[in-house]
Design a protein around this ligand. Structure first.
Ligand code: MLT
Length: 308
């Protein structure tokens, strides 16, 4: 019998092949609740809530595979897992569309003040002039990172009449042309964009990519979007440049610390936020759960897996 622990909320419907499999017992509970039986498990399925540290792995000597039902694996100590011979997989494309749609929704909400206007109307204030927004048509969107999500955002942005500039060292000129976007240098992207959205993993290189050094090189009145990972936009710098009026506003689905604690950005009217829900749709959650469930089953049965 294989023992599987699902320690974050993951679509049960997507996990059915695993849950119903004859040779699997599947427990769904937070890691703290499984503390007494951690040594039992062959597979661990997580979202972003569970932090997989070397210490946790030490308590799970039987573990063969960690499956992340989503894209980012920054909550997993990959080096420790590799050292202990534990395979790490993710679901790289199941939530692409949902995250791209959420990013577009955040951009539209931000430049039209939709959350602030909603709050105002609900507070009984009918103030039409305070919420004058900006048209997206004819503006330039700078996309940092043209992976799956960046690519889907570019397609949707073009339908709004937006010009798309991309900074991605891996984007070839030919692919850029095929997608109808301009491949530009980091500096050109900063200088030319009305709106900048980041779509990279959080790494040593991308941490604080938009920060005290780079934000001043953007247009005055720029709008900044982060639906990728907290920390790619430096929160101190963002706060500073919104206060000085250089940055018009920001839309944040992610934070350096989640949930954010005593975060000054939350005091600013110019900042709109959601609680890391870019991938939180029924469709995306079903996709990522089904994808990792299949691969975990393969791995446990000794069938080579595609995505480690
Ligand atoms: C991801 O990395 O896929 C996203 O952060 C979505 C999530 O799992 O919450």
């Amino acid at each position: 019998m294989y023992h599987v622990l699902v320690s974050d909320p993951i679509s049960e419907e997507g996990l059915l092949p695993l849950i119903n499999h004859d040779s699997v017992t599947c427990d769904q509970m937070p890691i703290e609740a499984a503390e007494q039986s951690l040594e039992l498990y062959d597979a661990l399925l997580i979202r972003s809530g569970t932090k997989v540290t070397d210490n946790l792995l030490k308590k799970m000597p039987n573990l063969k595979i960690i499956a992340r039902a989503g894209v980012g694996v920054d909550n997993i100590d990959i080096e420790a897992a590799t050292r202990r011979g534990v395979i790490v997989i993710n679901a790289p494309d199941g939530n692409t569309i949902s995250t791209a749609e959420h990013t577009i929704a955040m951009i539209a909400s931000l430049v039209r003040n939709i959350p602030q206007a909603t709050r105002s109307v609900k507070d009984g204030i009918w103030d039409r002039s305070r919420f004058t927004g900006m048209e997206l048509n004819g503006k330039t969107l700078g996309i940092i990172g043209m992976g799956r999500i960046g690519t889907e955002i570019s397609k949707r942005a073009k339908a709004f009449g937006i010009k798309v500039n991309v900074y991605d060292p891996y984007l070839t000129k030919e692919r850029g042309e095929k997608l109808g976007v301009a491949s530009v240098s980091f500096n050109d992207l900063l200088e030319s964009s009305d709106i900048i959205t980041v779509h990279t993993p959080l790494t040593k290189e991308t941490k604080g990519l938009l920060g005290f050094d780079s934000i001043p090189r953007t247009k005055k009145g720029v709008w900044l979007i982060n639906c990728a990972r907290g920390g790619i936009i430096d929160e101190e710098a963002l706060y500073h440049f919104i206060k000085t009026g250089h940055v018009a506003g920001a839309a944040l689905d992610v934070f350096e610390t989640e949930p954010p604690k005593k975060n000054k950005l939350l005091e600013l009217d110019e900042v709109i936020t959601t609680p890391h829900i870019g991938a939180s749709t029924k469709e995306a959650q079903l996709n990522v759960a089904a994808q990792v469930a299949d691969e975990v089953l393969d791995c446990l049965q000794g069938i080579p897996i595609k995505n480690s």
